[in-house]
Design a protein around this ligand. Structure first.
Ligand SMILES: Cc1cc2nc3c(=O)[nH]c(=O)nc-3n(C[C@H](O)[C@H](O)[C@H](O)COP(=O)(O)OP(=O)(O)OC[C@H]3O[C@@H](n4cnc5c(N)ncnc54)[C@H](O)[C@@H]3O)c2cc1C
Length: 338
């Protein structure tokens, strides 16, 4: 039964090519209980749904505010296996949605607002509705923290990125900039030296927050130029990034820096508010899993993707995680005869 069409919400950024319309979502309006509910519709949640649905668990997937997840914000994905020519991010996610629905996943385009994981069946509330399930997979991802500039949002996917591993390849032979002073920014800058002719590392303060070894590597690299006390106040360009307007945070003076790409590496925020502290997180706020599994601290609750993984943060690792979580959930349900 179809509840409403699957909405593709690009937020305020746009992909550079037109996405295909995603298939309609469906929901069994009278049934709020399922064996398994999955929170999140990125590669982790949808892969968990494909596996669980093929195992006859008829999962309910609450897709959240960003149906399709982070890849809806990008145009070309060239490192997801099986697509030698590359694939547009929204097209890849539309295929995953179709695949999950084909085997009986019920997709609900709503955010989970709060949960009760203290007893079984587990409960989740969303837009005035209650959903219950015997097991849960949490795959709510992590959102990049952006600078908050209008021009940055407008040029996202057009030179502005938050992922050097994903997009660095597109900047071969160009000068690029990385914003940030921590290990992630240093790592991104070093990675980008493989493609860019020069990497400008823009640090807001007069010192790095990153580890000594990473700082030393960046300082020693001939392609990296470090600019302390610099803040990006505007990304310049109509259809693509052409330059940055920088402000000296000490003198207030402004200058223009010609670059074809801007990588914002000031952190990610794992999406865990819905849990209200029900599960333990690490120092950076990421959910914790038991070693060599997707199991959380609560029996019957499993975790997948970027919401716990701040090391790899890739579509294929998130998908692999989704597979693990579904298999773990399936075995757990069988062992507990529910
Ligand atoms: C611009 C960009 C380009 C990228 N390019 C590549 C690339 O080329 N190759 C690659 O491998 N990786 C790429 N990545 C990284 C990749 O997108 C992520 O690693 C991957 O999407 C993580 O998958 P996930 O399922 O864990 O989470 P996400 O994709 O972040 O999905 C999280 C999901 O959780 C949902 N959600 C959040 N809160 C709630 C809630 N309260 N209730 C219900 N649902 C909720 C959201 O709606 C979303 O559907 C890119 C990322 C970005 C930002």
């Amino acid at each position: 039964m179809t509840e409403k069409g699957f909405t593709i919400d690009f937020g305020s950024s746009e992909p550079t090519t037109t996405p295909v319309a995603a298939p309609a979502a469906n929901v069994a309006a009278t049934t709020s209980h399922s064996k398994l509910m999955i929170f999140g519709s990125g590669p982790a949640g949808l892969t968990a749904a494909i596996y669980a649905a093929r195992a006859q668990l008829a999962p309910t997937l609450l897709a959240g505010y960003e149906p399709g997840g982070q890849l809806m914000l990008t145009s070309e994905v060239e490192n997801f296996p099986g697509f030698p020519e590359g694939i547009n991010g929204p097209d890849l996610m539309a295929k995953m949605i179709t695949q999950a629905e084909r085997f009986g996943t019920v997709i609900v385009n709503q955010d989970v607002e709060r949960v009760d994981l203290s007893k079984r069946p587990f409960r989740a509330w969303s837009a005035g509705r209650e959903f219950t399930a015997d097991a849960v997979v949490i795959a709510t991802g992590a959102s990049a923290i952006w600078l908050g500039l209008e021009s940055e949002t407008r040029l996202r996917g057009r030179g502005v990125s938050s992922c050097a591993t994903c997009d660095g390849f597109f900047f071969k032979g160009e000068e690029v900039a990385v914003v940030g002073g921590g290990d992630t920014a240093l790592e991104e800058a070093l990675f980008l030296t493989r493609f860019a002719t020069k990497v400008h590392l823009l640090v807001r303060r007069d010192t790095f927050r990153g580890s000594k070894i990473m700082v030393a590597r960046a300082q020693a690299h001939e392609k990296i130029e470090i600019h302390f006390n610099r803040e990006v106040v505007e990304v310049i360009g109509e259809k693509k990034t052409e330059a940055l307007k920088l402000k000296d945070t000490v003198s207030g003076a402004t200058e223009q820096l010609a670059v074809g790409g801007l990588f914002v590496a000031i952190g990610h925020k794992p999406n865990t508010e819905l849990l209200g502290g029900a599960l333990p997180v690490d120092a950076a706020g990421y959910l914790q899993v038991k070693e060599h599994s997707s199991a959380s601290a609560i029996d019957g609750v499993f975790i997948a993707g970027d919401v716990h993984d701040h090391r790899y943060r890739q579509a294929v690792t998130a998908a692999g995680d989704g597979c693990r979580a579904a298999l773990d959930a399936e075995r757990w349900l069988a062992e507990h005869a529910v």
